[in-house]
Write a protein that binds this ligand. Structure first.
Ligand SMILES: Nc1ncnc2c1ncn2[C@@H]1O[C@H](COP(=O)(O)OP(=O)(O)O)[C@@H](O)[C@H]1O
Ligand SMILES: [Mg+2]
Length: 241
């Protein structure tokens, strides 16, 4: 799976929100889109997802220019977006075609994988924020996506749950080598997870820097090198004093 963006621009009501963004993502890479609120990260991710098609430029997956939602993409949003009237099990299998037993078995595997065994029959209102987000992760994985698009997936969670789910994401990556594009405004999260961090800023949003994080996973959250990268990123975003 490779993803190639060429000169992506998007306007809303005559305002350029992102302009001429070009970026290539290699198979198995975890790429972070990092920037302050409003610089167009979600707009860019929605274009990649195919949910929004009113952009200029081209987006190609495996050399094919995409039109609409691509079958090999999975999404994880900031809010889990579960259907309140369906159980954990049914939220995960909703929309998957196939023989009932096969779908059930597949869901079971991913429910176990995200640590929700025994919670299959609960409804979203009975789940904590972290559990609900685990359901959203299982729902994305059950379709075996080649590319996962994540829009601030952990930003509504407490610090410890966030760290657990970041580690879950890395486990998934180790097991499936899923290519990931992760939108975040959390520098520590980007440094912990990403192979490459694309720093965006301004209106219209544009790429101001790309940082390659060479460290192998699992990384040490308190690593001294991270402080160095962090200062660099803060400088780029004009947050250093
Ligand atoms: N559907 C929309 N209609 C009008 N303006 C929008 C729409 N979506 C996003 N915008 C504007 O585009 C800019 C970038 O938004 P967004 O991509 O959500 O930023 P980010 O995710 O980086 O915080 C913001 O100024 C936002 O108000
Ligand atoms: Mg956003």
């Amino acid at each position: 799976m490779t993803l190639v963006l060429e000169n992506i621009s998007r306007r809303f009501a005559d305002v350029d929100v992102i302009k001429d963004i070009s970026l290539s993502v290699e198979k198995g890479e975890i790429v972070g889109l990092l920037g302050t609120s409003g610089c167009g990260k979600s707009t860019l991710l929605r274009a990649i997802s195919g949910l929004d098609q009113d952009y200029r430029g081209t987006i190609a997956i495996n050399g094919q220019v995409i039109q609409g939602v691509h079958a090999t993409t999975g999404f994880i949003f900031q809010e889990p977006r579960l259907l309140p009237w369906l159980t954990v099990q049914d939220n995960i299998t909703f929309g998957i075609k196939g023989k009932q037993q096969a779908v059930f078995d597949r869901a079971k595997r991913f429910i176990e994988y995200v640590g929700l065994t025994g919670k299959e029959n609960l409804y979203p209102r009975q789940l904590s924020g972290g559990m609900a987000q685990r359901v959203a992760i299982a729902r994305a994985l059950v379709t075996s996506p080649e590319i996962l698009l994540l829009d601030e997936p952990f930003s509504a969670l407490d610090a410890f749950t966030k760290m657990q789910l970041q580690d879950l994401l890395l486990e998934i990556w180790e097991k499936y080598q899923t290519t990931m594009v992760l939108v975040t405004h959390d520098i520590d999260e980007a440094l912990y997870l990403c192979d490459r961090i694309v720093v965006l800023r301004d209106q219209p949003g544009r790429i101001i820097k790309t940082i390659r994080v060479e460290q192998q996973h699992p990384r040490n959250r308190g690593s001294v090198e991270f402080a160095h990268y962090k200062t660099d990123i803060l400088n780029q975003l004009d947050f250093s004093q």
